[in-house]
Design a protein around this ligand. Structure first.
Ligand SMILES: Cc1cc2nc3c(=O)[nH]c(=O)nc-3n(C[C@H](O)[C@H](O)[C@H](O)COP(=O)(O)O)c2cc1C
Ligand SMILES: O=C(O)C(=O)c1ccccc1
Length: 330
């Protein structure tokens, strides 16, 4: 792949401490397996907001798939559908959500609420009409992160011929995605009023924000530091998860992303209370290498790995994964 695009996909903010930290945090955790639990055939099926999925591993929203592969987001969606899971379509997708929906699998739509409320409302309606089943509101980006690789490479815009196709307004012009530093909880209430879709907030790390999310009627939270691309120095997501899960107290599902690479990472996240996980960069790498089939195979392999380590840890279903199965390495 073009090394500039490679850096865009792989990179993080600042010194990339948080990017590395998401992975390093899993290295510090170990599994305390149970034995003689007759775990025969495992069952990884997971239901989220009324949608049945074959696996608790979802595709995280990521920008610009046409930079990775000529099949773009449509290919990613085909891969996710073939693996029986949901894809979260980024607002910065390079193909129209209606075409991505043609792949047939369950989709959620990720939104950066725009200061222009009429445009934001129209986009939400558009995603809803295309068949998206949930709205994922990214709340960790009041301003754009400082990605030093992109600054060094001078990567600021999509090349000619590519555009954020879901940012076209009624004149057909493509708008820039604006980060809104004035965004507050009131806008979450406003979104709940304009859509019947479940609303998740993505980018929660502090337990008090998790309580506020529940209080504002949010349907799910995603513990995320944006894969280390926003606030460099932010806590690793698997370290933030337990306090968020405790604050939520089972009232809504808690999902987590960041640094999930292996079945054991998924197992640890589920054991610490996540209802499901999302995977970002590995899906982009799989897309770049193998298109839709690559994405399908990656998701199936990660799910098969989870199944295997659940057998070894003595769990038949995700619900049997509990915090006592995780220890902090000495
Ligand atoms: C290239 C790239 C683009 C991303 N674009 C978006 C985006 O448009 N919206 C969003 O909410 N998160 C975006 N993210 C963050 C991911 O949704 C997710 O939080 C992160 O990638 C998870 O970490 P992982 O890559 O270690 O799995 C992006 C991440 C990457 C790597
Ligand atoms: O959110 C991101 O991480 C990201 O890379 C992005 C890029 C362009 C537009 C919006 C988001």
């Amino acid at each position: 792949m073009n090394p500039v695009y490679d850096d865009f996909f792989a990179g993080g903010a600042g010194e990339e401490r948080t990017l590395r930290g998401n992975l390093a945090a899993y290295d510090r955790l170990r599994i305390v397996p149970r034995v003689l639990r007759a775990t025969g055939d495992r069952d990884l099926r997971t239901t989220l907001f009324g949608t049945d999925l074959a696996t608790p591993v979802l595709v995280a929203p990521t920008a610009f798939h046409l930079l990775a592969h000529p099949g773009g987001e449509v290919a990613t969606a085909r891969g996710a559908a073939a693996a029986g899971t949901a894809m979260v379509v980024s607002m910065a997708a390079t193909q129209p959500v209606e075409r991505i929906a043609g792949a047939g699998g369950p989709l959620w739509f990720q939104l950066y609420p725009q200061p222009d409320l009429a445009f934001t409302a129209a986009l939400v309606k558009r995603a809803e009409a295309a068949g998206c089943r949930a709205l994922v509101v990214t709340v960790d980006s009041p301003v754009f992160g400082r990605r030093e690789r992109d600054l060094r490479n001078g990567f600021t815009d999509l090349p000619d011929g590519l555009a954020c196709e879901n940012m076209r307004d009624d004149t057909g012009r493509v708008r820039n995605i604006e980060m809104d530093p004035a965004l507050g909880w009131d806008r979450i209430g406003w979104l709940r009023g304009i859509t019947g879709l479940p609303v998740l907030v993505k980018g929660i790390l502090h337990p008090q924000d998790a309580r506020l999310a529940v209080g504002h009627g949010v349907d799910g939270v995603i513990v995320s530091n944006h894969g280390g691309r926003q606030l460099d120095g932010a806590i690793a997501t698997i370290d933030a998860l337990p306090a968020v899960v405790e604050a939520v107290g089972g009232r809504i599902p808690v999902l987590v992303d960041g640094g999930i690479r292996r079945g054991t990472d998924v197992l640890i996240a589920l054991a610490r209370g996540a209802a499901a996980v999302l995977v970002g960069r590995p899906v982009l790498d799989a897309l770049a290498r193998g298109g839709a089939d690559g994405v399908r195979d990656h998701l199936r392999t990660l799910t098969a790995d989870l199944d295997h380590v659940m057998a070894l840890a003595g769990a038949k279903r995700p619900a049997e994964l509990t915090p006592d199965l995780v220890a902090v390495a000495g």
